[in-house]
Write a protein that binds this ligand. Structure first.
Ligand SMILES: *[C@@H]1O[C@H](CO)[C@@H](O)[C@H](O)[C@H]1NC(C)=O
Ligand SMILES: *[C@@H]1O[C@H](CO)[C@@H](O)[C@H](O)[C@H]1NC(C)=O
Ligand SMILES: *[C@@H]1O[C@H](CO)[C@@H](O)[C@H](O)[C@H]1NC(C)=O
Ligand SMILES: *[C@@H]1O[C@H](CO)[C@@H](O)[C@H](O)[C@H]1NC(C)=O
Length: 625
């Protein structure tokens, strides 16, 4: 395929963004949208980032800008007789102050989110961890998207009647607006097991055998099957759905949309079946188009050559106004619709009410989750292990009274990087939105305690049990089902760096960012970027408190004091409690849940980090870069 690149002739500057403190995007060479007969915009794993990224120009557009963008593309579809559908595949909540900082959580986000018209929407796992967040789906998101929310394998004990019911319709059949393309759609979640007991996730294996599913997929009067869901597009779950549908529809095109692993990805199943995954955190708007679909016998055909056959194209749009203006053919004067501006205003007033810009401190340098190896002076985990955890847990009552402690946390407890500059109330939720506290087992023999992390990190029975339960202890980006991404090595995975630019031969420079390789090649990203390396991190890290230690490798403790402690308080993030207790059991120490107690008066990792920042990075009144 021939690519057309936009030549950048003018510097793109000025206060054009919708959130007042958002940085302006930087002009960059773009690939065009492969607009076609049936087009899709796809979001996934938004995790509350409706305000966009306020420290990263590449992702600085907000939900209001997305509302304006969708309006222009709808207009285009109406003008040329094509169709456009919007899809969201879940994990809309948790991970941004806009959601997490209110009490109750999500006070503002549901009303902001519903301003976008979305044609197909489903739940992620984050909507299901807590009883009250799944009830928010029941009472708010499902009615807000009435008829478009699907729950092929998800039930809820209805809060009003106590009856177990599907959260929403199992599937849907509908026709597109302009061409009458007949679509059969299913909305899945992966085989998730960590949900609160008021919801029931039916396994995909059981679901595809259900009578209703078997009957639905035998419908002959359809032009396209859409399977969307909070499911990794390379998962066993989707393979099974694919095989099951293909076994009875040998020829019908199938389009999958997925999520959960937070990456940009595209998989080609067969000549008539593809799958798209569109990243995370409102960094990416996934674009997909299909040409050559039949349209239910309708004669209103979008003008594609009848000999060209079926074809699929994908594009990952960087969510910033430079990209959105270009792909909609608009500029700063013509792009923003009244509705879009209203939504941006809703977001900025919610951010103001929540005081998300309140500064706790000023980060002196960048700290990365995956962009440097661990250990490293710019690794967020090295920072936690060497500074935050020892400094803060030294203040635990028992440590103050002379006890020693070993503190373990899983790396997945950290969700996002810390950028040099203001560390705000918002930052605390971006970095670690989780509400679990720290717990401890007192006076554990050190000989056993020091073996726990090795069992959680290295191969062995505990890791097998974790995998069997589909638990993930690392950041989700690292868990994609591809063997080459599992080893702790460098990968040209894709994240932005703010303060470096790569010089190209011809004098132009590319901003580092997503450089995606997927089943269709290396031309998926709309913006041409310089690549960024990605490093895997271990499941867990640990810090010694009250004694000096180091690691000879990622697991083994070397005590630097003259003598090893005899006994120690083993402290851990509550999220990993069952695995810590299992590891202790394996090491010959039988402790039960009743042997554990809360540490640090129930503080979360978030509040522990915040206190450390206030004590160490607070530069009140000084300039913050
Ligand atoms: C759920 O309940 C907890 C405890 O009352 C509260 O802190 C939290 O904000 C609630 N979450 C949602 C999504 O309503
Ligand atoms: C869920 O767990 C709670 C508390 O553990 C219990 O009271 C309730 O009966 C359980 N609900 C169901 C539907 O099992
Ligand atoms: C935008 O907000 C204004 C003021 O609240 C309201 O009058 C108007 O109807 C809204 N327009 C749209 C398109 O939502
Ligand atoms: C790391 O620890 C393991 C387990 O004790 C040991 O077998 C291995 O040799 C160590 N690796 C290095 C590089 O020291």
């Amino acid at each position: 395929m021939i690519e057309r690149f936009l030549t950048i002739s003018t510097i793109f500057a000025g206060a054009l963004c919708s959130q007042p403190s958002a940085p302006s995007p930087i002009a960059a060479p773009l690939r065009e949208l492969p607009w076609g007969q049936l087009n899709f915009l796809h979001t996934t794993d938004i995790h509350g980032w409706l305000g966009g990224h306020l420290q990263e120009p590449s992702y600085s557009a907000d939900w209001g800008d997305y509302v304006s963008f969708a309006k222009h593309l709808h207009d285009r579809a109406d003008a040329d007789g094509s169709d456009l559908l919007l899809i969201d595949t879940g994990d809309r909540i948790e991970g941004n102050g806009l959601f997490d900082a209110s009490d109750p959580k999500g006070e503002y986000t549901y009303d902001i989110f519903k301003q976008q018209h979305i044609d197909l929407i489903c739940s992620g796992n984050h909507e299901l961890y807590k009883k009250n967040s799944s009830e928010n789906e029941f009472y708010q998101t499902v009615p807000n998207f009435q008829g478009n929310y699907l729950a092929s394998n998800l039930d809820i004990y209805a809060p009003d009647t106590g009856e177990l019911v599907p959260l929403a319709a199992r599937f849907k059949k509908f026709k597109t607006k302009n061409q009458g393309i007949r679509i059969l759609a299913f909305g899945f979640i992966f085989d998730f097991k960590g949900n609160a007991n008021n919801t029931v996730v039916r396994t995909v294996e059981d679901t595809v055998q259900a009578d209703w599913f078997q009957e639905a997929i035998r419908d002959r009067d359809i032009d396209l099957v859409i399977v969307f869901g909070h499911v990794d597009i390379r998962s066993k779950e989707y393979s099974l759905v694919y095989k099951t549908i293909r076994s009875v529809q040998w020829d019908t095109p199938i389009q999958f949309f997925g999520g959960h692993t937070h990456i940009r990805d595209y998989k080609i199943y067969d000549g008539k079946t593809v799958a798209l995954e569109s990243g995370r955190y409102m960094e990416t708007i996934g674009f997909m188009s299909i040409n050559g679909l039949s349209a239910g016998g309708s004669d209103k055909r979008y003008p594609v050559s009848p000999t060209s056959g079926l074809s699929f194209s994908r594009r990952y749009i960087d969510n910033n106004l430079f990209s959105l203006y270009h792909h909609s053919g608009k500029d700063s004067k013509s792009f923003h619709t009244e509705h879009g501006r209203n939504v941006s205003r809703l977001i900025s007033s919610a951010r103001k009410s929540l005081k998300l810009d309140k500064r706790h401190g000023c980060a002196p340098y960048n700290l990365w989750v995956n962009r440097v190896p661990y250990p490293h002076e710019n690794s967020i985990f090295t920072w936690l292990e060497k500074q935050v955890l020892p400094d803060q847990f030294r203040q635990a009552k028992r440590v103050e009274a002379g006890k020693k402690a070993l503190v373990i946390t899983n790396t997945g407890a950290m969700r996002f990087d810390i950028f040099r500059g203001p560390f705000t109330k918002d930052t605390t939720f971006l970095v670690s939105p989780f509400t679990s506290d720290f717990r401890f087992v007192k006076d554990v023999p050190f000989k056993a305690a020091k073996g726990v992390m090795k069992l959680l990190n290295n191969e062995g029975p505990i890791l097998d049990a974790i995998a069997a339960q589909k638990w993930v202890l690392t950041p989700p980006e690292q868990t994609v089902g591809r063997a080459e991404l599992i080893a702790p090595e460098v990968h040209h995975w894709t994240m932005p760096v703010l303060d470096q630019q790569l010089r190209l031969g011809d004098g132009e420079s590319l901003i580092p960012g997503y450089t995606t390789k997927d089943d269709a090649g290396e031309d998926g990203d709309d913006t041409l970027h310089a690549p960024i390396s990605f490093y895997n991190v271990p499941n867990c890290i640990q810090a010694g408190v009250g004694f000096k230690m180091s690691h000879d490798n990622l697991s083994d403790i070397i005590v630097l004091d003259d003598e090893e402690p005899e006994i120690i308080d083993l402290v851990y993030n509550e999220f990993i409690q069952s695995w810590v207790l299992l590891a202790l059991q394996y090491l010959g120490q039988n402790y039960k849940e009743t042997d554990t107690s809360t540490s640090m008066e129930g503080q979360t990792l978030t509040s522990i980090i915040t206190e450390w920042v206030e004590a160490n990075w607070n530069v009140e009144g000084e300039r913050c870069p």
